[in-house]
Design a protein around this ligand. Structure first.
Ligand code: NAD
Length: 421
């Protein structure tokens, strides 16, 4: 079957998308400096890259950087609800990438778009959730000989590629961007912290102050969401399965309890576990009428939305990204963004300032793979520390923040063991 050159909603939206991309680009100084460097050295000259990412203004700036480096790029969406159609149009029309992404597409179209991105015979993979890598290994193995390697940006995708490597199934080297400190410490915590609250507020306009706000999962993302909800006056309850994270949540000032108890008292629930069934139908049935549930983990498996739909006696779309379900008990549960990433679907994903670090690290890792990928085995490799260090230094410089330096005596002291009491 012939594959189209691109699949976007409307090319006429491109001018509006371009304006937003330019605005985001101005808030991504580190990526801008890498783009300037790529424009003169062309380290990616002629390399075919397929990327699967949330199609946002920040992603557009990454695409532009890779293309400036000489790459030939195809792009598909990593979530059916996260594409900004105007941005997709501008990346396709103005930057010359082949874009396969449309907001609110069905599952079949979503996978056609993944196949569209792969139809350009990529040599390098940029993944967010491991959909490209899983599809290549399952259905498109004829592409494997050309592939130098790939990067994976999110916690859930990193878990999937590590599982593949463990099972001996991974056929090319992967770099887990999420392991970079310039990624998870900032993007997961401050990016997800802000965009989750942003998504909830845009979808509902509820007051957070005084509400009981339940965060299920206290990893990097959960910490950020809880911190921001507390900052807006919510009474935060954390649900965890890991004793260390639960202890941290207690000492950070949260209440910690199992989901079956939290279900009875919460006004707003956010899942960020990267795991399935974090909120089950049984939990939903214990909730107060009018409780709001949403998800900020990568896949839509964290809340049993299918179970809610099946059990409900009626449903009503109340606002954009918000459906209220009436349960047989007479209680109502409000589901945001169909249980998909609420900050991506109901708001605009991470702000540019934080994606500046994630995508700068991403661009430098792509360059690293072009140089060294052929010498790396089919495993998940550690992130080179120099890249993390360089991105952090550039970001600090952009903030106008100066670092101190070790003296020779201090360095010697830190490297010694003889000096003591
Ligand atoms: N919304 C966004 O913009 C965004 C950004 C980055 C990552 N993510 C996604 O968010 C998810 C979480 O990422 P992370 O970096 O915080 O991962 P993480 O591994 O740091 O944290 C996940 C936490 O959930 C806990 N957990 C697992 N199962 C649980 C359960 N059933 N009940 C309660 N707690 C449970 C784990 O113990 C862990 O502490 C992943 O799917 C990731 O891909 C989303």
């Amino acid at each position: 079957m012939a594959v189209a050159d691109s699949m976007i909603r409307d090319p006429l939206l491109a001018p509006q998308g371009l304006l937003k991309i330019e605005f985001a680009g101005k808030r991504m100084p580190v990526l801008q400096s890498i783009r300037t460097e790529f424009e003169s050295s062309h380290p990616l000259r002629g390399v075919r890259i397929a990327a699967c990412l949330h199609v946002t203004t920040e992603t557009a700036n990454l695409c532009r950087t890779l293309i400036a480096g000489g790459a030939e790029l195809s792009l598909c969406a990593s979530n059916p609800l996260s594409t900004k159609d105007d941005v997709a149009a501008a990346i396709d029309r103005d930057f010359g990438a082949h874009v396969y992404a449309m907001y609110e597409c069905d599952r079949d179209t979503f996978y056609q778009q993944v196949q569209g991105a792969l139809s350009h015979r990529p040599q390098l993979i940029i993944d967010d959730g491991a959909d490209l890598t899983a599809t290549i290994h399952r259905e498109r193995t004829e592409l494997l000989p050309d592939i130098i390697g790939g990067t994976e940006v999110t916690s859930t995708g990193v878990m999937r590629i590590r599982n593949m490597a463990q099972a001996g199934a991974l056929k090319y080297p992967m770099l887990p961007v999420n392991d970079a400190e310039t990624k998870h410490l900032f993007d997961n915590r401050y990016g997800t912290g802000q965009n989750t609250i942003d998504g909830i507020l845009r979808a509902t306009n509820v007051l957070l102050a005084g509400s009981v706000f339940v965060v299920v999962g206290y990893g990097w993302c959960g910490r950020g969401v809880a911190q921001r909800a507390r900052g807006m006056g919510a009474r935060v309850v954390v649900v965890e399965i890991d004793p260390i994270k639960a202890l941290e949540a207690v000492m950070d000032g949260n209440e910690v309890m199992p989901i079956r108890r939290a279900a009875e008292i919460g006004d707003i629930f956010v899942t960020v576990t990267g795991n399935r069934d974090a909120i089950t139908l049984e939990n939903v049935e214990r909730m107060k009428s009018g409780a709001i549930v949403c998800n900020s983990g990568h896949f839509d498996v964290e809340i049993d939305v299918a179970g809610i739909r099946q059990r409900a006696v009626s449903s009503q779309a109340m606002r954009h990204s918000m459906v209220a379900y009436e349960m047989p008990s007479g209680k109502t549960v409000v589901v945001l963004a169909e249980g998909r990433l609420v900050g991506q679907a109901a708001a605009e994903a991470h702000p540019a300032e934080v994606m500046d670090m994630t995508f700068s690290t991403q661009a430098l890792l792509v360059e690293y793979l072009v140089r060294h990928g052929r010498d790396l085995g089919p495993r998940v490799h550690p992130i080179p520390h120099e890249i993390d260090d360089r991105v952090a230094r550039l970001k600090l410089a952009a903030f106008g923040v100066e670092l101190d330096e070790l003296s020779d005596a201090q360095r010697k002291y830190l490297e010694s063991w003889q000096e003591g009491t």
